[in-house]
Design a protein around this ligand. Structure first.
Ligand SMILES: O=C(O)CCC(=O)C(=O)O
Ligand SMILES: [Fe+2]
Length: 291
């Protein structure tokens, strides 16, 4: 699909959801999230903080190559400004409610920068089903029901600039997938039945719902919610930045078979007081860890 074709597909006229919540209604938000698989919380950070997160991501990653995107998964160690989200009481109240735990532990933080002209990703879930028989790093880190997608789109999330699109209800265990498509749960990607060799990335997946959020909002989705992002149809210097943080209930331990790196050990040892409880069991995110 070309970007021009994509442009004709992003206008959406589907069911209306009132999916924007205030930060002081985490219970209401979480009930919606559990029912529909996604939610947006308004103004969890202020505009100045959104800009600080953006500037820090640009400083660390820089622009991606023309019409492409790049990301950094060891972002917590590199981004002290973003780590300060763990001082934000609104953010913490939301996470405590979602994970039903007062004691939270860092799993990973990441930043992603997408340039105008970059195409959408393939439809996928971030959750892996290989938790008991992991094959790689993401199976180990992400194959858990507590996983929540948790993003600040610090340039805003909107369909024409690479915004997130989800399928409401697709997190439910008996979701069959849209007619004419085959879900490949082991790889957590999906295919059109008449094109079994190419993972699907079209915006016209039946049920697809584009999310709108402001730079100060928090975009949330469930572990098994099927999602992708739109092609970035902006122009010129319009780099789109997002940062994310995944936390787990601290009591839910799991084995990570890799050595903790020197950088991760130093990050934990030198963590300021407020951060220590959230990172004491942080294991880092090794590049390309295969089992
Ligand atoms: O690029 C996006 O907006 C979505 C990224 C995503 O789905 C992921 O990193 O798992
Ligand atoms: Fe994803």
């Amino acid at each position: 699909m070309t970007l021009d074709e994509a442009m004709t597909l992003v206008d959406y006229d589907g069911p209306a959801y009132n999916y924007h919540f205030k930060a002081d209604e985490p219970k209401k938000m979480n009930a919606f999230l559990n029912k529909h698989g996604f939610a947006v919380v308004r103004d969890v950070i202020d505009a100045e903080t959104a800009k600080a997160y953006r500037d820090e991501a640009m400083r660390i990653l820089g622009k991606a190559k023309e019409a492409s995107w790049h990301s950094e998964w060891n972002y917590a160690e590199l981004a002290p400004v973003f780590c300060q989200i763990l001082k934000n009481e609104k953010f913490l109240a939301i996470y405590r409610e979602m994970l039903e735990s007062d004691d939270l532990m860092l799993v990973r933080a990441s930043a992603l920068i997408r340039e105008p002209g970059s195409r959408s990703r393939v439809w996928h879930t971030d959750h892996s089903i290989h938790k008991d028989n992991p094959k790689n790093r993401d199976d180990i880190l992400l194959g858990h029901d507590w996983l929540r997608g948790c993003f600040f789109y610090v340039d805003g999330c909107e369909p024409r600039r690479g915004g997130m699109v989800v399928v409401p209800g697709s997190h439910l265990p008996d979701w069959p997938g849209p007619e004419g498509f085959r879900l490949d749960r082991p790889s957590h990607i999906l295919y059109r039945e008449d094109n079994p060799s190419e993972p699907y990335r079209g915006m016209d997946l039946p049920g697809a719902f584009p999310l709108h959020a402001r730079p100060t909002d928090l975009v949330l989705f469930h572990a098994r919610t099927w999602h992708t992002n739109h092609p970035h149809l902006g122009r010129g210097d319009d780099s789109r930045v997002f940062v994310r943080m995944n936390l787990r209930p601290a009591a839910q331990h799991f084995h990570t078979p890799w050595e903790q790196s020197q950088t991760v050990r130093e990050f934990i040892d030198k963590a300021p007081e407020y951060l220590k409880p959230f990172v004491k069991d942080y294991r880092g995110v090794p590049h390309q860890y295969l089992i």
